[in-house]
Design a protein around this ligand. Structure first.
Ligand code: OFO
Length: 175
């Protein structure tokens, strides 16, 4: 295989971390839907799909380099939060945690002089910048809206935050 056992194990762990993020966002989406916040719920549902894709992309890389795949167990995510802002804050903290995990992986790949994995991980480094920025903006909006959650929903709807990638792509076709 092209990568060391150490890098193999760390990548497998990151597959589980990404799938864990997917589960966490799915639970957040259910909580928000339960509150009647359909746009926010759809946004987190979309994040669920994205995180799953991130996990599968690492899994495919592990298989492509002839390493051993291992799918770890996932902890049950929280189904309730004290408020909408607290939900988004938890999501932001989650993204910051994943960013540290990706950076640790990059350091490990460099230590091991594993330039294929180092190159593969750059996509994740860039993706985390985008995701942390999106969650930070969402948290600012949630805090600004305070108790006026309808205003938050209308604002997010206006900017297409709850739309699925398919819907966004379809919109492009119509234009
Ligand atoms: Fe997997 O991109 Fe964020 O967490």
């Amino acid at each position: 295989m092209m990568i060391s056992e150490k890098v193999n194990a760390a990548l497998n762990e990151q597959v589980t971390n990404e799938l864990g993020a997917s589960q966490t966002y799915l639970a957040m989406s259910c909580y928000l839907k339960d509150l009647g916040l359909n746009v926010l719920a759809a946004f987190f549902r979309k994040q669920t799909e994205e995180e799953r894709m991130h996990g599968l992309k690492i899994l495919d890389y592990v298989l492509d380099v002839g390493a051993k795949a291992r799918i770890g167990a996932l902890a049950e995510p929280p189904m309730h939060y004290p408020s909408v802002a607290a939900t988004v804050e938890a999501a932001l903290n989650h993204e910051l945690k994943v960013t540290r995990q990706i950076h640790d992986l990059v350091s490990l790949a460099e230590q091991e002089r594993d330039w294929s994995t180092r190159s593969f991980l750059q996509w994740y480094v860039d993706e985390q910048v985008e995701e942390v920025s999106t969650m930070t903006q969402l948290l600012q909006l949630a805090r600004l809206a305070g108790d006026d959650l309808l205003k938050l929903e209308l604002h997010l709807d206006k900017f297409g935050m709850g739309e699925s990638q398919e819907a966004e792509a379809g919109k492009g076709d119509e234009e």
